[in-house]
Design a protein around this ligand. Structure first.
Ligand SMILES: O=C(O)CCC(=O)C(=O)O
Ligand SMILES: [Fe+2]
Length: 228
């Protein structure tokens, strides 16, 4: 069965509002997940393929145009969001593969916590081979997507000063201070790493504080459906 087959719209709405994410109750078909990871491993890098963190992270953009199984997953995401939001305004599908950071590359483990935007923004992730504590799970701080949290911290300057929001300025919320986030996780907002079996999909409001935890062992293959 595919990931959205038994999803509940009221449950998704409640979870998004309270926690900032909703885990779909059904795993995506194992054979389709395997087809996609094999496709990613065989992919020849092109202009829309980017590498980060000493080549350990590969991002294949416009993934929905590259294989029927990827196109079908993206279509299913649109259908679910259409039911949830009354519309789906898709941007693109990313296929992302992470392998362990290189020995001694401490820099790539830092500066990862961020918000994608200050306003509510939805993404659907599919963890094709699941995720472990060590393979670089998505982590987020539940509740930090709430307007009361975001706008409260906007006033403290933690997400940037008013002049950071001028066009062309780096947005401070795109790279949060690690120590500041660690204090939040030690207090009211413990982090939730999405440790999960292969085929797990989740819907996330990426205006919550989140990051991909550094991969130190194994590998993580994921799809990310982007919406406006
Ligand atoms: O790949 C991940 O676990 C999260 C990456 C991220 O920050 C995002 O897609 O917004
Ligand atoms: Fe993000």
């Amino acid at each position: 069965m595919s990931f959205s087959a038994q999803a509940s719209i009221p449950d998704a709405r409640d979870a998004l509002r309270a926690q900032g994410f909703y885990q779909f109750p059904t795993l995506h078909e194992a054979d389709i997940c395997q087809t996609i990871t094999a496709f990613m491993d065989g992919h020849q890098a092109d202009a829309r393929t980017h590498f980060y963190y000493g080549q350990t992270e590969m991002r294949i953009w416009e993934a929905h145009e590259r294989h029927p199984a990827l196109g079908q997953f993206f279509e299913e995401c649109h259908a679910f969001l259409g039911r949830l939001e009354g519309k789906a305004d898709p941007v693109t599908l990313l296929a992302i593969r992470n392998r362990p950071l290189l020995a001694g590359d401490e820099a790539s483990a830092l500066g990862r916590w961020h918000l994608d935007s200050l306003r509510r923004q939805l993404k659907i992730f599919l963890f094709l081979n699941g995720a472990t504590e060590l393979s670089g799970p998505l982590e987020l701080l539940p509740g930090t997507q709430r307007p009361s949290f975001k706008y409260g911290h906007l006033a403290t300057g933690a997400f940037g000063m008013p002049w950071d929001f001028a066009p062309g300025r780096a947005r401070r919320y795109a790279r949060l201070d690690d120590m500041w986030v660690e204090r939040l996780t030690a207090g009211q907002h413990p982090t939730t790493p999405v440790v999960c079996p292969p085929g797990t999909a989740i819907l996330v409001d990426t205006s919550a504080i989140h990051r991909a935890r550094p991969c130190v062992e194994g590998s993580r293959y994921a799809l990310t459906a982007y919406y406006r």
